[in-house]
Design a protein around this ligand. Structure first.
Ligand SMILES: Cc1ncc(COP(=O)(O)O)c(C=O)c1O
Length: 426
């Protein structure tokens, strides 16, 4: 099992104090913190290697190209894609999804077709499909949440089974919710979608940082994720696509590097994956991303998921014992979750909760988490969200519980707790 205390020492930012308290970072679902090895890789690239890639023949340019393409190979192995041609670097998950919507969607959707997303989606895996459906005349449908009490916060697979038919052209679905932490059994959805000859895009923004991913085993057609949520730099995303599909898709952006030949009035396109990487890419950050991938691999993705789930189980138990008034928006079974706990303290706005947490040195997110339709379904304007990662400990959760007590005391003095707990008291 991984040791979060040892891991913490690899993350220099975790030594920071906020409001004279040791930083407790519980917002990794937004973006993760960064290990020193990744920061060093970034600095080393700029101090030692920096040059543009794929063009010049001098040593620096060759080294930069090798380093950039080396990350592509590392990504390929990390998600077990068949070929490096299937790995495209984008700026983030959002851009990867837009790429598919604008190229595959524009070329393949027409009136009478159906595109489905789910009720758990982040705006990044909803709005592009709304737009492309509007443009092409296809109909957008939403896989709802299960209404059975024991299956709260999970998706209704039966509804999907009943409603998927030959009009379904694409299912775009998250593997893990950034709001409820729900892990979606995507293999089951993919099997049904494929039975109707529909393609499937998986939003892996919240799953890839927290669990082993094997795109061949999942058998998805497209898979998108972001480096910055998995210890890597901001500004790097990945789109995986099955090669035969990518070959047939038109380019997303036009310009340098994505062309084979250009004449005054026409041009032809480069091979995969460069056909989809127009202009000078984010070379340095892609290069440094490799260090993050190696770091995660070294720890073990299976162990990371087990650790996150242990923290979720611990947090649920502590909340039930010490703050029973707090409402948690999460599946019952922690094994169906990544490391996310969304919660409400009755009568207190999540922004106030987050402010008070910050006064205790605890970074959490309060808001709609870019999932406004999900907030509407849950009938809440917003939630407070703690999200855990490999550097978090049960003690971090104790500090969070103490912060909840503080919130309750401030908003209803004396009602909830006679005194404020301090770290380690629980
Ligand atoms: C499930 C999910 N999808 C997509 C995104 C968008 O990721 P990015 O902002 O890196 O494009 C996020 C970000 O929080 C997310 O949680």
């Amino acid at each position: 099992m991984l040791n979060p205390k040892t891991i913490q020492s690899d993350f220099p930012i975790l030594n920071r104090e906020i409001n004279s308290k040791k930083l407790v970072y519980l917002d990794s679902a937004s973006t993760s913190q960064k290990p020193q090895v990744m920061i060093d890789a970034l600095t080393k690239y700029y101090t030692h290697t920096n040059a543009n890639i794929h063009r010049a023949v001098y040593t620096l340019a060759e080294e930069a190209t090798l380093a950039y393409e080396g990350t592509r190979e590392e990504v390929r192995k990390f998600i077990n894609a068949r070929q490096m041609e299937e790995i495209i670097f984008t700026r983030n998950t959002t851009e990867a999804i837009n790429l598919v919507a604008y190229t595959y969607g524009s070329a393949n959707f027409k009136p009478g077709d159906t595109v489905m997303v789910s009720a758990l989606e982040h705006h990044s895996n909803l709005v592009p499909w709304q737009q492309i459906c509007e443009k092409t005349g296809a109909t957008l449908k939403i896989v709802p949440l299960c209404t059975k009490p024991e299956k709260q916060y999970t998706l209704d697979l039966e509804w999907f089974k009943k409603n998927a038919d030959s009009s379904l052209k694409l299912l775009a679905i998250t593997q893990a919710s950034n709001t409820t932490g729900t892990i979606v059994p995507i293999e089951k959805f993919i099997e049904i979608a494929h039975a109707h000859n529909a393609k499937v895009l998986i939003d892996g923004a919240q799953s890839t940082p927290h669990m082993p991913i094997d795109v061949q085993k999942i058998n998805c057609d497209f898979f998108a994720f972001s480096s910055h949520k998995m210890l890597g730099p901001t500004g790097v995303g990945v789109l995986y696509g099955k090669r035969d599909l990518l070959e047939k898709m038109p380019p997303f952006m036009f310009g340098g590097d994505m062309i084979r030949e250009v004449h005054q009035h026409k041009a032809s396109w480069n091979e995969l994956p460069w056909k989809f990487e127009a202009g000078t890419p984010n070379i340095a950050d892609v290069v440094a991303f490799r260090a993050a991938l190696k770091y995660l691999k070294n720890i073990g993705m299976g162990d990371i998921l087990a650790h996150d789930q242990e923290l979720v189980t611990y947090a649920k138990a502590q909340l039930a014992q010490h703050a029973p008034d707090v409402k948690i928006h999460a599946p019952k079974n922690s094994e169906e979750m990544t490391g996310i706990i969304s919660f409400e303290i009755p009568g207190v706005h999540p922004h106030d909760i987050a402010e008070i947490f910050n006064s205790e040195g605890v970074a959490i997110r309060g808001g709609h988490h870019c999932a406004q339709p999900l907030m509407e379904t849950l009938r809440v304007p917003a939630t407070a969200r703690m999200s855990f990662y490999l550097y978090n400990t049960p003690e971090d959760i104790d500090v969070a519980i103490a912060a909840i007590k503080k919130v309750q005391n401030i908003f209803a003095p004396g009602k909830f707790a006679p005194q404020i707990f301090s770290s380690g008291a629980l």
